[in-house]
Structures are given as C-alpha cells and as structure tokens.
Design a protein. Structure first.
Length: 312
C-alpha cells in the first residue's frame, strides 16, 4: 500500500482528530467510537506546542493516520499514533514511526518514551522493532472533586504575570534536577496562552518547590466537567510526600473552581512512593498502560521521585 507521509497542517486538525477518536474508540469497543473522550481536544494544542512534531499519513488525499512527537527538553514522547480502523494491518503505524523517529534525533532527545497497552502484544512488538522496550506500568488515576480544597502555600502562574519568566525558569530547574534536561516550558505556555487550564505553583521561602500543569474543561485535554494533571513534580527529599500532597490538594481546589467533578493524573509505578500516595489520597486507577523507553533506561521512574505524568 502506497502511503504519503507529510507534516500535520492546521487545516488537517479536524480530520486528524476524527481519525484519532475513531481509532481509539474502536480499540476500546465503544458503541459510538467517535465519542472517544468526549469534547476533550488534543491535536490542535500539541501542534501549537510542537509545530514540527506532527505527521499525517494520506492515501489518495484522505487522512488515514496521524502521529505526534512531543518535546519535553531531553525527553521526547511519541504519541498518540492512530490509524483509521478501515486501514488497520496495512503497516501505516510502522511508516509513521519511521518518519517520526528522525524528529527526535533533530531535537537531540536523550530518551524517547511512549505509552501503550500491555494487553496488545502486536503493539508491543511493533515498538520493540524500533528499539522501544517495556519498563513499568503507568496508572491513569482519578478521584472525585467534592468541594473546595485548602492549600494556602499554592498559587497559580496566572496570578504572577510580572514574574512569569522567572517562575517558569524555576520550574525548569526543578525538572532538570529530576532528569537532566527535562523541561516543560511549551506545555506550560500551551495551557496558559490558550486558556486551557493553569499551572499550580507550590512555594516555600519564595522558592518554587513544586508545580503542576493542569488542563480543565471542554477543548482542553481534560474535557467538560473534568480536570487533568498533565505533569506535576516536587523537589525530592524528606518533605517530598508532604509537598506532593499539598500540590494535589491545590490542583483539586483549581478543579473545583473550574466546575470539574473529577481530577485525574498519571503515575509510573517505578515511582512507587508517589503511586501509593495517590491511593492514600483517594485516587483509583481507571486505566493502566505500560511505558516503553528508547533506550532502556529508568529516567526518573525511581521510588524517591514524586512526579506525576501522562504520556498518552
């Protein structure tokens, strides 16, 4: 089958989102596959954040596949990759992978990771053929938002317009200490510039000791009635558990203010202390995947690291 691979353009977003929804909705057996994740949106924001990271596959001018490369400094994240169900088993995902991996080389990614489903052996084998190897389970977890939450030490980036640049630099310093070169500036700019959510900041003695990038509402990656922690981290050390607890409570307060009834977050089980903390705080797993790394290194999936993320 002859497939043309080209860059994802803004004019492609609607059709590419439809392919993504159909692919995952069919994979999960939804009665109406196009309803996958409701009114949560993904590709428009990621194309804005990573304009050279999106690719589509076309067959006779019809979009039949889409793939995204995401750039978190030294960490590259592959995904989502989706192929229209009518074109499954035609090696389109393999062609998209072939075309996407050079993007990570141009970015100089030290590590490339992805999220996939451990019960799908054909997916695992595909990614292994490109040098990705399974490391640990990732739990997507959620809990109800039942009311306001008090976290007086926390503020939001939107409250600090004059200090914005220095605060983002402090967030990058924090993530660099977790994994050299890791930084999420574009993810921060995405939620704040496009009003998709906010960045919750936890400070001690005028120093950032934790932050969380939160999406909320329709048009964001969360969807209507939901809030979603895309990434969160606190400084390591004896106070890490307390700090992450405070940060999560602040995120819950943000979710309540935005009218969300559910707060979700992802955590790799290599960060077992953070995973157990989420359980103690009332979170329950709604989905489990496996993180695959290229090369096979632990990155920041260590018990002493209190960080949350979702590579979907």
């Amino acid at each position: 089958m002859t497939i043309a691979i080209r860059a994802l353009a803004e004019s492609d977003i609607e059709a590419a989102e439809r392919v993504r929804r159909l692919a995952f909705g069919t994979l999960f057996g939804l009665p109406d596959p196009i309803s996958f994740r409701g009114d949560a949106a993904l590709l428009a924001g990621r194309r804005w954040a990573f304009p050279d990271g999106g690719l589509i596959a076309e067959d006779s001018g019809e979009i039949v596949g889409v793939a995204m490369a995401n750039h978190w400094g030294s960490l590259g994240i592959f995904g989502p990759v989706a192929v229209h169900p009518a074109h499954w088993r035609k090696a389109i995902a393999r062609q998209l992978l072939d075309a996407t991996l050079p993007i990570f080389d141009r970015w100089g990614s030290r590590l490339v990771g992805l999220f996939t489903f451990p019960e799908r052996p054909t997916h695992i084998r595909l990614y292994q053929s490109f040098g990705f190897w399974p490391r640990g389970l990732t739990a997507i977890m959620a809990r109800a938002v039942n009311g306001p939450s008090n976290a007086p030490e926390a503020t939001s980036l939107s409250e600090h317009a004059a200090e914005r640049r220095s605060l983002i630099a402090q967030c990058a310093e924090l993530t660099d200490a977790i994994f050299s070169g890791l930084e999420l500036t574009r993810e921060i700019e995405l939620v704040t510039v496009h009003a998709l959510g906010d960045v919750i900041l936890l400070s001690e003695a005028s120093r950032i000791v934790g932050f969380a990038i939160c999406h909320a509402g329709a048009g964001s990656e969360a969807g209507a009635g939901r809030a979603y922690i895309k990434f969160a981290a606190v400084r390591s050390g004896a106070e890490a558990s307390r700090r992450l607890t405070q940060l999560i409570e602040a995120c819950s307060g943000f979710a309540h203010r935005r009218g969300a009834t559910q707060l979700s977050a992802g955590v790799n089980l290599g960060r077992m202390s953070a995973y157990r903390l989420l359980i103690e705080l009332g979170f329950r797993a709604t989905l489990q995947g496996v993180a695959m790394h290229r090369p096979w290194v632990e990155a920041y999936d260590r018990p002493e690291i209190f960080a949350l993320d979702d590579w979907r």
